[in-house]
Design a protein around this ligand. Structure first.
Ligand code: NAP
Length: 250
């Protein structure tokens, strides 16, 4: 069974690694090409957008794909929607791999907001120093926030427009709890703005904010496409692939 894994996450790489060793599975991974020097999965990889739903449909057909695993980041809503539609149109089984969200614990001071614009609007006057960890895309939503000073952390530099007062920290996680605490203290951070990405790789900042008593503006995930089948772990995605492969040979 030929499988397309839409990637760009640690889970997608882990899934490609495990699934490549499974008999009867022929894996190809896809990356958007956003990061200059990406961590590559095991096995064949294609890079770049497909050209919308139509382009993805054509690519799936031309590459004789039998099943699709959307293992993209929980905030990559567009490609997830395209995957759901294209697979549905072609009658292919598809699953969305979504790691569990972070949930609020005792001591967390979260303000939950639905999107980037709402996160920018939720900044209060006393949030003078803002730690922004939303990735390089979407920073433009904060470009009008002239009353705040931003420390923007991302792997590659975000593209303009940027907030007028900002400092860029180009770094690739994971970061430890101690590193996050030092960062927050050194920059006298008043508030953390982050997406609810979930997962352990970037969770230390949430724990550090809790310990430091810092408020967090937490951006909720976009919903999965309507009717989407989802699993919450790489193991569950492997099980789903095994079941799809068994069904395909029947
Ligand atoms: P998006 O808004 O959902 O997708 C925008 C367009 O990028 C898609 O329509 C598609 O172009 C292309 N694309 C996205 N993921 C692709 C993939 N894996 N393979 C081929 N084309 C892809 O996605 P995004 O939020 O820009 O994220 C881009 C990539 O970065 C994803 O692979 C995601 O896993 C990774 N990532 C995103 C975030 C985040 O916060 N959004 C964080 C970490 C990693 P076409 O329409 O031309 O096919």
């Amino acid at each position: 069974m030929r499988v397309l894994i839409l990637g760009g996450t640690g889970e997608a790489r882990e899934l490609a690694r495990i699934a490549s060793g499974e008999r009867g599975l022929d894996i190809v991974s896809s990356l958007a090409g956003r990061v200059a020097n990406p961590r590559l999965p095991v096995g064949p990889v294609r890079v770049g957008g497909f050209g919308g739903v139509e382009g993805l449909r054509t690519w799936l057909r031309e590459n004789a794909i039998d099943a699709v695993v959307d293992a993209t980041h929980p905030f990559a809503a567009q490609v997830s929607a395209h995957a759901a539609t294209a697979a549905d149109d072609l009658g292919l089984p598809a699953v969305h791999l979504r790691r569990p969200e972070w949930t609020q614990r005792r001591g967390d001071l979260w303000t939950r907001v639905p999107d980037l614009a709402a996160a920018a609007a939720a900044l209060a006057p006393h949030h003078e120093q803002v730690l922004l960890t939303i990735g390089r895309q979407g920073v433009g939503a904060f470009a009008g926030c002239a009353d705040h000073r931003f420390v923007i952390r991302s792997i590659d530099a975000p593209v303009a427009p940027l907030p007028p007062r900002c400092e860029l920290l180009l770094a690739r996680g994971p970061f430890t709890f101690d590193e996050e605490l030092v960062l927050m203290s050194r920059h006298r951070i008043d508030v953390l703005v982050t997406k609810n990405s979930g997962g352990e790789q970037t969770e230390a900042k949430i724990a550090a904010a809790r310990t430091a008593g810092l408020p967090v503006i937490m951006i909720d995930r976009p919903p999965l496409p309507p009717g989407a089948v989802s699993v919450g772990s790489v193991c569950a995605a492997v099980d789903w692939l095994r079941a799809a492969a068994a069904h395909a040979v029947r």
